[in-house]
Design a protein around this ligand. Sequence first.
Ligand SMILES: NC(=O)c1ccc[n+]([C@@H]2O[C@H](COP(=O)([O-])OP(=O)(O)OC[C@H]3O[C@@H](n4cnc5c(N)ncnc54)[C@H](OP(=O)(O)O)[C@@H]3O)[C@@H](O)[C@H]2O)c1
Length: 325
Amino acid sequence: MSDVKIIAVTGATGAQGGGVVNMLKKTAGWRVRAITRKPESEAAKKLAADGLVEVVRADFDDEESLVRAFEGAAAVFAVTNWWEALFSGKSQWEAGEIEERHGMNLARAAARTPTLEHYLWSTQPSAKRRLPGRLETPHMDYKANVDDRIKAELPDLARKTTYLYFGYYPQNMAYFPLLKPFQLPGNGQYVQLLATDPEAKILLAGDMSINPGIWVRQALATGAPAFGRYANVALERWSFRQMMDKWSEITGKRGVVVQVTEEAWTRLWGPAGTELAWQFKFGELCDPWAVRDDFISPEELGIGPDEVVGFEGTIKGLASLGLFD
Ligand SMILES: NC(=O)c1ccc[n+]([C@@H]2O[C@H](COP(=O)([O-])OP(=O)(O)OC[C@H]3O[C@@H](n4cnc5c(N)ncnc54)[C@H](OP(=O)(O)O)[C@@H]3O)[C@@H](O)[C@H]2O)c1
């Protein structure tokens, strides 16, 4: 079975890694090793249930555990979770420092894996770099610090790294409390309170259970031309109003996006509200996901609209599961 390669997938019990696992376990030539802190969790047991996925314990805080988990892997998909530290009470910047430490532990462990051919790092553009002195977005800035440090400190790894920019998940409208439409008492209509202009556009990742795996599978198939390059994991850019209109059409519920100030959103949601308000401001002041010379396009990766599931398909899927009832 030497022609079958191992991909170690971090965040495998979550949205991005879960999407990668779904696709790669069905991709000829690859075997998936799912990384989690808790192999005994329900989510991890579900991954192992069909016998196609090996589940291995490791923690981003423990580089040696990652080195062991990556042993023999030809590819690693790496994603860190800034929000977990924020929701456990850390400040936006403390959560960023933890995220950068995790990102570098992952990168160093990958660099120490002699069998590694391709590293896929989930990152974000940074407001601090694009708009210096004007705006920060810690959950994006510290990921971008890791990009710079991979290039500066781990040049051999950088030569086999593809950097992935995931867009906004449509699933946020079902699962993320700040972004989920709620029903107004009185007239029964739905409201999404957002600290942004409803006409502002944002890159959309589409269906997270499918699309991450398409980009990773295609980046792996592309190989060297994808090394050192960035890819937007998205084919759509929609405004928040467009999303709400489509959500209304699909669910049959009338929804309106209402803009609130950053201050009001912070009072409602604390630092999570501030952080997202800053991300949305980033998107109003410039196009954070504008294509640069170091980007690889979906066409070059062999990705087309037929396979990718966009905003509409995702919301239809979530509605069919009763998530908006
Ligand atoms: N929501 C959006 O629209 C959006 C868009 C673009 C990018 N992002 C970024 O996506 C990232 C999160 O990815 P996601 O949405 O896939 O996360 P998620 O669904 O919340 O899952 C988090 C995953 O990270 C793993 N994890 C967290 N800390 C770990 C640690 N110390 N060691 C090992 N594994 C750890 C968890 O594994 P176990 O719990 O099983 O150990 C879990 O699989 C965030 O940094 C966010 O900024 C979000």
